[in-house]
Design a binder for this molecule. Sequence first.
Ligand code: PGA
Length: 261
Amino acid sequence: MAEVIIVRDQEEAGSIAASLVVEQLQRKPDTVLGLATGSTPLSTYAALAATIRDMGLDVSQVRGFALDEYLGVPPEHPQSYRSVITSEVVVPLGLTPSLIHTPRGFGTGVQASGDEYESAILAAGGIDIQILGIGTNGHVGFNEPGSSLASTTRIKALAAQTRADNARFFGSPGDVPTHCVTQGLGTIQRARQLVLLAFGPAKASAVAAALDGPVSASVPGSIVQLHPRATVIVDEEAAALLQHADYHRMARAGVAGLGLG
Ligand code: PGA
């Protein structure tokens, strides 16, 4: 079972997730990060930026791969994930821009960009720690319900629900791109550590289906059940429908109280 941590608020979640990333950075200065976009990881990136600054960590060798990119959106567009990763991660954390990658979703030859991205991840030695959100429909990355559990980076169509959820970034659902290039569920599974975060009541049913339901292509987030090292950090609202919430609270309080250091 994934470790499930139920927190007070996004700030606490961000600080726990950031501490997992920092432990990894201390073990391996050229760590390969898997980077999610969207609203969910923002408190993690903010906590990480503050910790890097406070500890004076050298992150110049850190490498990174974004989970996904919109298709047909120029990299300089403010809502391209290249722009979002630059402004929310690369700049605040002080990462080396040339070491941070997003799938190529624009220009000629985009059909090849999934395979190129897989090769680049492989050449980097694989992703050490992957930050993930989950969509209201259970997607991770842009792997919409029905995605193969073994999929690799490829072009996918966005679900209507996802386009509606992301309309806040574009003005209207009609302005949200229809397609993307996303790491596959197989790609995500190969990351050595997963940290999935979810907040708010709109995520409660997706979180419960992912953690308590069957592992299924219908709920892409359920791949966390198969991963040997997955941590799921949720607030009370997102945890509201979890079958084993009391167990998760008890497990966390129990370990903390054992004084094992
Ligand atoms: P959000 O999106 O963080 O903006 O809620 C999560 C996701 O779609 O994976």
